[in-house]
Design a protein around this ligand. Structure first.
Ligand code: AP5
Length: 264
């Protein structure tokens, strides 16, 4: 399934020119999720595990930006070059740039297997744009999962993170070490430390999270979509916790929301 997701993400990572080699099977009731939480709380790790269980595609805006960085300089548009500068410093990329990027990939939101948005939306303005787009296209979110953890644990997770340059799998030097140091267990690619995992950039990212992303929790709470999850324990434990909460959530919300209503 991980391989399937890797291929299925071509349309997301490369944009309109990308074609998924394997299209996820159409589900009668696809999960359409947003993952919220501070940088380093484990959203990417959980999105990967949830993808394996729910078969919904992992759509990360951070991965799209990092994929753009690995292209030749000449292939990067001026807004993308500017976006990469923001990212390097740990700052949020301007809403208009991120929104252009998501809008041109909106066919991924129609994927029959559903989706797991990781790192988007990140501001109330992005959330409002997503809400409008989904309403116009007759789609609705199933739930918004908010991962919660203390700042000290978050800093420890980011400080030890290693990411595969090829397949983007995520490891941690002590908590989730690869079998061979510096080498990805999944594809054999090289592991590296992200540029924005330097202490100064981590500080800036956490400040931006407090200022711009925390208000999203209230936004989604007011829409009745928020599912809070403690992000402590092993990745497997957190995934199980998420799946149980989402199952309960779906049962409860289907009994109180009429099928014709779209809440997104
Ligand atoms: P993005 O890539 O989205 O980064 P982020 O939100 O800062 O989140 P991270 O990827 O850093 O962390 P994560 O929560 O996914 O944690 P992970 O699973 O890796 O965005 C990067 C940048 O792009 C932004 O700063 C911004 O500049 C720009 N950007 C992206 N989207 C944008 C948007 N919408 N608007 C504007 N700008 C945008 O885990 C972290 C570590 O912990 C890993 O080492 C992992 O192995 C380990 N770990 C995970 N779970 C556990 C566990 N349970 N126990 C122990 N270790 C664990």
């Amino acid at each position: 399934m991980a391989e399937q997701n890797k291929q299925a993400r071509a349309a997301w990572l490369e944009g309109p020119s990308g074609q998924c080699e394997v299209t996820p099977a159409t589900s009668p009731d696809p999960w359409r999720l947003v993952l919220l939480g501070a940088p380093g709380v484990g959203k990417g790790t959980q999105a990967d595990l949830l993808n394996q269980r729910l078969h919904a595609c992992h759509l990360s805006t951070g991965d799209v930006l990092r994929a753009a960085r690995s292209r030749n300089k000449g292939d990067q548009s001026p807004p993308m070059e500017t976006a990469l500068e923001y990212m390097r410093r740990g700052e949020l990329v301007p809403d208009s740039t991120v929104w252009d990027m998501v809008r041109e990939r909106s066919r991924c939101l129609h994927c029959g297997g559903g989706f797991i948005l990781d790192g988007f939306p990140r501001t109330v303005s992005q959330a409002e744009s997503l809400k409008r787009l989904m309403q116009n296209e007759g789609l609705s979110l199933t739930a918004v999962v908010n991962y919660e953890m203390s700042v000290s644990e978050i800093v420890a997770r980011l400080g030890g993170r290693q990411t595969c340059e090829t397949c983007k799998a995520v490891f941690h030097v002590t908590e989730r070490p690869p079998s061979i140091a510096g080498c990805c267990d999944r594809c054999g690619g090289d592991l590296h430390r992200r540029e924005d995992d330097q202490p100064e950039a981590i500080k800036v990212r956490l400040e931006h999270y407090e200022r711009s992303t925390l208000p999203l929790i209230e936004f989604y709470k007011s829409l009745g979509l928020l599912v809070p999850i403690a992000a402590t324990g092993s990745p497997e434990e957190i995934c199980q916790r998420t799946l149980s909460a989402l199952t309960m959530w779906r049962i409860q919300s289907s009994s109180i929301v009429a099928p014709s209503q779209t809440r997104t």
